[in-house]
Design a protein around this ligand. Structure first.
Ligand code: AMP
Length: 281
């Protein structure tokens, strides 16, 4: 597999500058969720760049950064099926942060005011700094992001509009394990027991969609908390229902609008997020 460590090397390796290029930014510890993005990028572009970089500025706690799972050999194995089209970009800090590891300040308005933005101050400045560097340095035709991180996706759409580089942002559906748990690199930090118990998150979200069709937002939140927190060491960080366009949590539903449910849950020390479209018939 072709592995490069600098954006310059990457540019030199791109033989034809006019060929379509798909970029899949990741933090490694790859799983089938990431691979769904890579596979889509491979179908839609001549060449694909997968970046693996654990971005320090999007972490709020150094322990969380230190504990973030890493397994580059396994990542390379998982990417083998795409080898012919793929360049793996594993930058060093200095390649993405030539002036030192510090995030820029952005104003995304309501998009970053709630949920992950509120629970993880500075997180989206870190994300936007690194994604801007990747988009500007690599200039892909399309860049692929997962709906698992729906708030991040909307932030990146806003960032991309500001950058105005003509890059297409492609959103890819959230991939789940067989028991419904949203696939995440952080799942590697769960015990076997926690992994099976964490199925309660999606099960309860599904229940709210299928059986709680006339409940208020408050009732749904209470129910979600009661089911999840019934499990030892599980704690709900937030349960929010928000419109996908402005990401402002609501306390009352307007039947003419579309909404998504957004949740963050601590399973022991591991923080998990999930989101589904709220279906109301
Ligand atoms: P990460 O390595 O966690 O930063 O994720 C890299 C990209 O993969 C992001 O665009 C994520 O939204 C996406 N991703 C992560 N997990 C999933 C999943 N379960 N389903 C779909 N996309 C995902």
């Amino acid at each position: 597999m072709l592995i490069v460590h600098t954006a310059e090397e990457l540019q030199n390796r791109m033989k034809s500058k006019s060929a379509s290029l798909g970029l899949v930014p990741t933090m490694g510890a790859l799983h089938q969720g990431h691979l769904s993005l890579v596979s889509r990028a491979a179908n839609e572009n001549k060449k694909v760049v997968v970046s693996i970089y654990v971005n320090p500025t999007q972490f709020n706690h150094s322990k969380d950064l230190d504990n973030y799972p890493k397994d580059i050999d396994k990542d390379i194995d998982l990417l083998k099926p795409f080898e012919k089209q793929l360049i793996l970009y594993v930058p060093s800090h200095s390649d993405l942060y030539p002036e030192g590891i510090k995030s820029k300040k952005f104003d995304f308005g309501s998009l970053t005011a709630h949920m992950e933005g509120a629970s993880r101050p500075g997180h989206f400045n870190g994300v936007a700094t690194i994604v801007e560097a990747l988009l500007v340095n690599i200039r892909p035709t399309r860049a692929y992001f997962g709906e698992k991180d729906f708030q991040q996706l909307q932030v990146i759409r806003a960032l991309n509009q500001k950058l105005d580089l003509g890059i297409d942002i492609v959103n890819c559906p959230l991939q789940r394990a067989e028991n419904g748990l949203a696939l995440s690199s952080r799942n590697a930090l769960l015990t076997k027991e926690q992994k099976s118990e964490a199925a309660v998150i999606y099960q309860t979200l599904e229940y709210l969609n299928k059986s709680a069709t006339d409940w208020s937002v408050g009732e749904m939140e209470l129910y979600f908390k009661s089911k999840v927190e019934a499990i030892k060491d599980f704690k709900v960080d937030y349960f929010s229902i928000a419109s996908p366009s402005d990401l402002i949590p609501v306390s009352h539903l307007d039947s003419r609008k579309n909404y998504r449910i957004f949740v963050a849950v601590y399973a022991g020390k591991t923080r998990l997020i999930d989101t589904i479209e709220l279906v109301r018939k």
